[in-house]
Design a protein around this ligand. Structure first.
Ligand code: GDP
Ligand code: ZN
Length: 292
């Protein structure tokens, strides 16, 4: 049975890509067939309606989920390899949300990159120090400017990865997408060919990059909040907590008030950012509230 990758989703209408790069429309059938952009699927041709139908979804390597209004989680895309958190000197980032993105990436086995856009604008000293803390923790930081158009370092990181750009409104995600994908403004009409296709904003799409790799864009969820219930492990995806936690007295230490906690000790002697630690505690509280 022919196999494809889903590269666009609009309700039940999909665009799938074959191994040779050709694209064709397909349909997800049945209520329970939840197909996401990035999924690998098999399709069958329905000769009566002259269309391809999804007959199976391959096991996912991972899924990226957002919190929905009911406190649950909703799949945004599958099989992504890299999450790029875009921030800017103005508007300065809600770092708690940045941390939540980084945790979501780590918990779903994706590479995480912090992209500082608008580097033509000056950063405040405080913001500079906060970025240094991310670098000290081991995160990759890239500085670019969508306005200057010098995006080589970003392009290098995107090569052969399946990436998504996320971040709060106003940091320059659309500007970056336009610069990276100069010819992508594909209308949805092309995807569905019917009246359903006018709601362009709800389409999630995987765009092939000129240098190899794909970039996912989902205009409706560019600044989504990652789902809390998908943050796995005791460290909830905080790489420093994961690393330092092996030195705690108790193997089930939550690093809050327990004695001989290596994570708190690291905060006290400056080896773990106090702000990141506070962010960890806040996320723990959210998780506890959600699970109770
Ligand atoms: P989005 O909400 O994240 O998609 O952000 P937009 O791409 O819509 O950009 C928000 C604003 O920031 C717009 O006024 C852009 O012109 C501006 N902007 C984007 N990139 C840069 C940049 O590199 N430097 C400066 N100074 N402004 C930028
Ligand atoms: Zn501890």
């Amino acid at each position: 049975m022919p196999s494809f990758q889903v590269i666009a989703v609009h309700r039940r209408m999909l665009l799938v890509r074959a191994a040779d790069g050709s694209e064709l429309p397909a349909r997800a059938r049945g209520r329970n067939q939840s197909v996401a952009c990035g999924d690998h699927v098999t399709c069958e041709f329905d000769a009566l309606h002259r269309e391809w139908n999804v007959s199976g979804i391959a096991a996912r390597r991972n899924g990226l989920y957002r919190s929905n209004s009911r406190g649950g989680s909703e799949l945004i895309a599958a099989n992504l390899t890299q999450l790029i958190v875009v921030i800017a000197p103005r508007p300065w980032a809600d770092l708690f949300m940045v941390d939540r993105y980084l945790c979501a990436a780590h918990c779903s086995g994706m590479r995480a990159v912090i992209l500082v856009n608008k580097s033509d604008l000056a950063l405040q000293a405080q913001s500079d120090a906060e970025l240094a803390a991310y670098e000290q923790a081991g995160f990759t930081l890239l500085r670019v400017s969508a306005h200057s158009g010098d995006l080589d370092s970003l392009r290098e990181h995107l090569r052969n990865q399946t990436s998504i750009l996320v971040g709060q409104s106003g940091v320059g995600k659309s500007s970056l997408l336009r610069a990276l994908l100069p010819s992508c403004e594909a209308p949805v009409g092309e995807l569905t060919g019917d009246e359903e296709g006018r709601h362009t904003t709800t389409v999630t799409r995987l765009h092939p990059l000129p240098g190899g790799g794909d970039l996912l864009d989902s205009p409706g969820v560019r600044d989504f909040a990652p789902a809390i219930d998908r943050l796995t492990g005791r460290a909830l995806g905080f790489i420093e907590v994961e690393r330092l936690g092996t030195g705690c007295r108790f193997s089930d230490c939550r690093h809050l008030r327990e004695p001989d906690c290596a994570v708190r000790a690291a905060v006290e002697n400056g080896n773990f950012s106090a702000r990141r630690y506070e962010s960890y505690r806040r996320l723990q509280r959210l998780v506890t509230r959600l699970r109770s």
